[in-house]
Ligand binder design. Structure first.
Ligand code: NOJ
Length: 613
């Protein structure tokens, strides 16, 4: 099961949702130019996107309603420092501070990502990530971030998916800044980005006004084995941390981007393979890159299917025709999530947060006005289940940020991909809660208890109740209900109860013979990890030979004080059977205490009591 303090969140990035405002003071950044030059699907840009910069209050209120506990968002470097260095845009400081405070007001813990691909254009014109000055530029940006937000935000992430912005931005040119640079330059960019990360960690901590937590959020295709034979598992691990990508996709590599950060060195195999393209790498560089971190983030979406070939070397296995895919055509591979988490936590010595995971679907508004997205629920159920499996087996996973809350601008794909659990009608900016958001709400509420994997083989528990003898008791509990109890004074049957006075015994299944209170305590998952200090239900059947009187407490506080910390008893009583002429008495007619005392002294119960048939 997940830890009690497991962080259930959603993730987003600034440019994909915020939108712009002519007076916001933001500087231009590389995506503005890339879009203007026609780099995205159908020419769409993110001038409005989800208009989140004007609607964040409603968006965070909706997040709260969905029970979301944490939010990974990014701030835009060029919005905060329009020229990339130097003058700070106070409007941006005010906007982001208000956003963070609003999150917190809604009980949502902020996780701030510094760089989610929005490089300031002014600095791009000076060489961008290729210019070694970027280490100072990014360091200065980190200082500004720490000075302006560390009093209200505790968690920071430096870079989002360096594999992606280095490779797709500078090699295949499919993302901004849309470049096709030679390998040598791309290796330099990767090295600069890692050094900039290190400098940012130093400055975030140095200029923060209190101790903060810092992490890093790389990505990559994971790898999962064809079978659970040790040789296949080993082959998958080898692919995950090895160098099997063709050269024109070399940045898609876990070890190159994570070993230096988490272990303090580049992988030996890579140093040999890439030797001819590498920049000078010094000991000081490695020290700078290898800063102590509080957590490891990882964005995971899918993975390669791998087995050990005849020579023991990994082999990529073709998936069967019709293999399930997401709207973006990515394979649905929950096994890769399980193995990815296992492999990563085995290799790197830090707690893991899944900083992104989710799927795009072809969502649509149905005739009932709602958005039903069962595919996404199936996807998330299997992925989160896989995460639970890894965690149950010992992987230190501390949090999960679903990508994403609102449908948004999916970079080069424009608005073609809907990744959100909240549908956004981009023409009207209306938000519609998708079924998956309601489902995720339940996952959070039960700490994973409603996942299918926790429902499997769940039997209905039947109980042998506790029956009690009372001077007013009768015989119906034996004669009519069939409980095997001797005597003519059987007053109560504690039917469904874990109360110390009548703790039922499980009659069937895996827990047979255990007291209900013990199953409740030792197996919270059976009850969906319901958050309550005791079993919350008590069902009794009572049989009285003559009169029966019931007292109820007005509320929890009264009950706690007057009955040993008992619950207030929200009670519901049904009369199942009674003699023909039975009267029910509820309350009395006395209007004052004096009237009540007098009626009692005079034995005048006929007038005092409120009776009915
Ligand atoms: C990775 C990126 O960090 C995010 O910006 C993107 O939208 C999602 N994955 C989905 O492609």
């Amino acid at each position: 099961m997940f830890r009690d303090d497991f962080v259930w969140g959603v993730a987003s990035s600034a440019y994909q949702i915020e939108g712009r405002d002519a007076n916001d003071g933001a500087g231009a950044m590389i995506w503005d130019k890339f879009i203007a030059e026609g780099g995205t699907k159908d020419g769409y840009g993110a001038e409005v996107a989800c208009d989140h910069m004007h609607r964040y209050k409603e968006d965070f209120a909706l997040m709260r309603l969905m029970g979301i506990k944490a939010y990974r968002f990014s701030i835009s470097w060029a919005r905060l420092i329009p020229e990339g260095t130097g003058k700070v845009n106070e409007k941006a400081v005010a906007l982001y501070r208000d956003m963070i405070l609003e999150m917190k007001k809604n009980g949502i813990e902020p996780y701030l990502t510094m760089y989610h691909w929005e490089f300031p254009q002014v600095l791009q014109d000076r060489g961008g990530w290729l210019n070694e000055e970027v280490i100072q530029w990014f360091g200065e940006y980190a200082k500004v971030v720490a000075e302006n937000f560390s009093d209200i935000c505790e968690n920071f992430i430096t870079l989002n998916e360096p594999e992606c912005f280095v490779g797709i931005g500078h090699m295949s040119g499919w993302h901004a800044p849309g470049l096709h640079l030679p390998y040598k330059d791309v290796f330099q960019i990767a090295h600069n980005a890692l050094r900039a990360h290190g400098q940012a960690v130093i400055n975030l901590r140095k200029y923060a006004c209190r101790p903060i937590k810092v992490g890093y959020a790389p990505t990559c295709g994971m790898a999962y084995p064809y079978s659970n034979k040790p040789e296949d598992v080993e082959a998958a691990r080898k692919v995950l941390f090895g160098f099997y990508q063709p050269m024109d996709n070399w940045t898609w590599n876990v070890a190159w981007f994570s070993d230096p950060v988490f272990l303090g060195h580049y992988p030996k195999e890579g140093l040999e393979k890439f030797a001819e393209y590498l920049p000078e790498i010094t000991e000081e560089d490695m020290e700078l890159i290898h800063q102590p971190l509080d957590f490891m983030g990882q964005n995971i979406y899918n993975g390669y299917y791998i087995r050990a070939g005849k020579d023991g070397e990994p082999e990529f296995v073709d998936r069967a025709p019709g293999f399930p895919k997401t709207g973006s055509d990515w394979p649905v591979t929950p096994e890769a999530f399980y193995y990815g988490i296992r492999f990563l936590t085995e290799r790197y010595p830090l707690p893991l947060y899944i900083t992104e995971n989710g799927m795009s679907c072809h969502d649509n508004i149905s005739a009932d006005g709602r958005v039903h997205d069962p595919n996404r629920i199936t996807f998330l159920d299997s992925y989160i289940g896989a995460m639970q499996r890894a965690s149950d087996e010992g992987a230190d996973v501390r949090g999960y940020f679903l990508w994403t809350f609102l449908d948004n601008f999916e970079w080069s794909d424009g608005y073609k991909q809907r990744f959100g659990i909240i549908y956004v009608d981009f023409a009207t900016q209306q938000r519609i809660v998708k079924d998956s958001a309601f489902w995720y709400q339940k996952v959070i509420e039960t700490n994973g208890g409603i996942l299918s994997m926790n429902q499997a083989n769940k039997e209905i528990l039947f109980l042998d109740p506790v029956c009690t003898h009372n001077i007013w008791g009768g015989t119906k509990l034996r004669e009519e209900f069939g409980y095997p109890v001797e005597g003519d004074d059987i007053g109560e049957c504690w039917g469904i109860s874990a109360h110390p006075n009548g703790d039922g015994t499980i009659r069937n299944g895996a827990f047979s013979g255990m007291k209900l209170s013990a199953v409740w305590k030792e197996h919270p998952e059976v009850f969906g990890n319901y958050d309550c200090d005791r079993f919350p239900l008590l069902t009794k059947i009572i049989d009285a030979r003559d009169d029966l009187s019931i007292q109820v407490h007005p509320d929890d506080d009264y009950a706690k004080v007057h009955e040993n910390g008992s619950f207030g008893k929200t009670e519901c009583w049904y009369v199942l059977d009674c003699k023909e002429d039975t009267k029910m008495v509820m309350g009395h007619h006395a209007k004052t205490k004096e009237e009540l005392v007098k009626a009692i002294e005079n034995d005048d119960y006929d007038h005092l009591l409120n009776k009915f048939d």
